[in-house]
Design a protein around this ligand. Structure first.
Ligand code: NAD
Length: 322
């Protein structure tokens, strides 16, 4: 890989490091030789996600809510702000926590980066595009978000986080980056977090009907977590301020996904159609031209391969009630 895209870090702080994406990020950073401090309040993260990391030299856990001021034991050279409920089930259950994490939490993480003269990276989301009227979505599209809809606690918190990150860079010269992650999946997702991939896999393995919302023709683009983490680290290493889309442009309908999960699990489950949530986006697909050009990044793991790995992991968790 181009050296500009593979930088080594001394000490990275990962907020939300006990979550799905954050725990994979902590692992990749430790593997690269960095010391890692994970700051997490376990509001949606699981101790099991980082239990193996606690045994590794260089890994520190700080149990804290980032919406309140927090400290780490030494200055980082990289702050990755991943704390935030991410699944609709979680942010609808924790609406104010989600908004405080996206606003006050982002402010506190930015302050840590500024004081330490560290590079800061915000985990934003494709949800900033709302129910998009432009397809696929590139970074110049401003989105179609309902500010008072049920999803707004998440979408608007992330949009505010992007604005705050931009203001901080402009006002204080903090070295910042914004990545807009599209749907990511893989091991360590929770079977009951409400997102399509873990829901379908859990249902298929239990022999229950797979619940497809609406007519199932709405699309998502699914990126395997290893690809997402590689993209995040490329954006951290590169001086790019962003925002930059990180996602897999291979689009799949929810019905196709359900059928693929049934096939790959060898399940006899049927498909059951249920009501589609309000403001559920009809389409979602990243334009990753910018990431390809500036980060030399693109996804490598095809849906079938990534789903097989995820299904294998879920089989090992069958008794864990996740
Ligand atoms: P997750 O729920 O598994 O992880 C979030 C982590 O943040 C959890 O460990 C949780 O305990 C922690 N957290 C939440 N609020 C906190 C607070 N106030 N203080 C400290 N810790 C807190 O979700 P995820 O899927 O791993 O998402 C991680 C980040 O990536 C989020 O910022 C999310 O918005 C972003 N993102 C994820 C996806 C995806 O498909 N997974 C897509 C777009 C963006």
């Amino acid at each position: 890989m181009n050296t500009a895209l593979s930088r080594s870090w001394q000490h990275a702080v990962v907020t939300g490091g006990a979550g799905f994406v954050g725990s994979h990020l902590c692992t990749a950073l430790l593997d690269s030789g960095a010391a890692v401090t994970c700051v997490d309040d376990f509001s949606t993260g699981r101790p099991e996600n980082i239990s193996a990391l606690l045994e590794r030299p260089g890994f520190t856990l700080v149990r804290a809510n980032v919406a309140e001021p927090f400290t780490v034991d030494r200055p980082p050279d990289l702050v990755l702000h991943f704390a935030s409920p991410a699944s609709p089930a979680d942010y609808l259950r924790l609406p104010l926590h989600t908004m405080e994490t996206g606003s006050l939490g982002t402010r506190n993480a930015l302050t840590l980066a500024q004081r330490s003269q560290a590079r800061f990276l915000l985990a934003s989301t494709s949800e900033v595009y709302g129910d998009p009227q432009q397809h696929p979505q590139n970074e110049r599209y401003w989105g179609n978000v309902n500010p008072v809809g049920p999803r707004s606690v998440y979408d608007e918190a992330k949009r505010f986080g992007e604005a705050l990150t931009t203001a901080q860079a402009d006002a204080h010269g903090t070295d910042t980056a914004i990545v807009r992650l599209f749907n990511t999946y893989g091991p360590r997702m929770r079977g009951y977090d409400g997102r399509a991939v873990p829901t379908f896999i859990r249902q298929a393995l239990a022999g229950e009907p797979l619940t497809v919302t609406g007519d199932g023709r709405q699309t998502r683009s699914l990126c395997y977590v290893d690809d997402t983490v590689r993209g995040i680290l490329a954006a951290a290493a590169n001086g790019l301020r962003g925002p930059v889309n990180i996602g897999n442009p291979a689009e799949i309908t929810m019905l196709e996904l359900a059928r693929l999960v049934i096939e790959l699990t060898g399940s006899h489950s049927e498909i059951r159609y249920i009501e589609r949530p309000t403001d559920d986006p009809a389409v979602r697909c990243p334009d990753i031209t910018l990431a390809r050009d500036k980060l030399e990044w693109e996804p490598r793991v095809a849906a079938e391969q990534g789903l097989r790995r995820t299904i294998s992991w879920f089989r090992t968790q069958a008794d864990a009630g996740i």
